[in-house]
Design a protein around this ligand. Sequence first.
Ligand SMILES: Nc1ncnc2c1ncn2[C@@H]1O[C@H](COP(=O)(O)OP(=O)(O)OP(=O)(O)O)[C@@H](O)[C@H]1O
Ligand SMILES: [Mg+2]
Length: 350
Amino acid sequence: MRLRLEGVRKFFGDFEALKGISFEVDHGELFFILGPSGCGKTTTLRVIAGFYIPDEGRVYFDDRDVTFTPPYKRNIGMVFQYYALWPHMTVYDNVAYGLKIRGLPEREIRERVRWALELVKLEEHAKKYPNQLSGGQQQRVALARALVVEPQILLLDEPLSNLDAKLRIEMREEIKRLQNRLKITTVYVTHDQMEALSMADRIAVMNDGLIMQIGTPVELYRKPRNRFVASFIGEINMFEGELVGREGDFAVVELDGNTVKGVPTAEIPHSRVAVAFRPEAASVVKEGGGGNVLEGEVESSMYYGSKETVFVKTDFGMVKVEMFNPRGRVARRGERVRVVFDPSDTIVLP
Ligand SMILES: Nc1ncnc2c1ncn2[C@@H]1O[C@H](COP(=O)(O)OP(=O)(O)OP(=O)(O)O)[C@@H](O)[C@H]1O
Ligand SMILES: [Mg+2]
């Protein structure tokens, strides 16, 4: 099933939590909403699920307008941000609950609960209570509970936030595999950029009730269209400059007497711009170097074996550089060096 939001606005009193949200999710797509705390992620999910009716705008499932359809008629599975399981019910009963209230016959309930528990590999734990399970297992019960109703749309709200780092990475793969196998249209909310980059088909980056950009992980990382997306996803060096010209696909930018080139990722309405590049796109050399060059002094350098991280103080501010697979120490504190980076790895933002 396809999902489409069109110009959705939602107020809480005078406060506008969603300021006109539009996006479309394809059938079977794993679509992420990524953004800082309070930007409106959960509110968006609640609009999709039907717990909130938008003050303006429309929600469509395929071509059906469901804006005013109550939640129980939407056939949605949801894992809530705080996936409260009922502590006095066994795993089986937690998962069966949604089917019981729909009045399904006992035999069908048994079959579907078994199917859902197998999906999340918890068949052996059906008789346990939630407090007898690990965090990851409880997480999977919540997932089974959402999937058992065979929803056409799956909504996941920070489903891994209560897990430790290692389990989180395991569960990422597991959810991705499951989603892929079931081909179920999924909206996954997180504020964890690595979760979004590593799992998503596409991501909508949200801030302050608005969508800042929608794209594939590669598009968002390589071609962020504004400063918020550039700095929210991954690390980036960013400087203020002035647009002074064009050279083919490149914009030429002056940074206090120094000229650098980069790729504009959006319309540039005025000459004040930002120049940005990722730490891993630059390297530190003692002399020479083509492309863009910024001179400076090494502030600090840390060697990790697999990489060396160098901070260079330039006239424009501190630059972070990460060089992978170093064959020896590249830079030491106090040295004069040149930070070099390719114009095609440099972006110019309004
Ligand atoms: N029921 C409500 N009444 C009043 N304000 C609300 C209500 N629900 C959410 N808000 C406000 O709307 C904004 C968006 O909230 P929302 O829960 O959607 O954020 P979020 O992006 O999910 O954040 P987090 O990452 O912290 O879960 C917040 O400023 C919040 O305080
Ligand atoms: Mg939330």
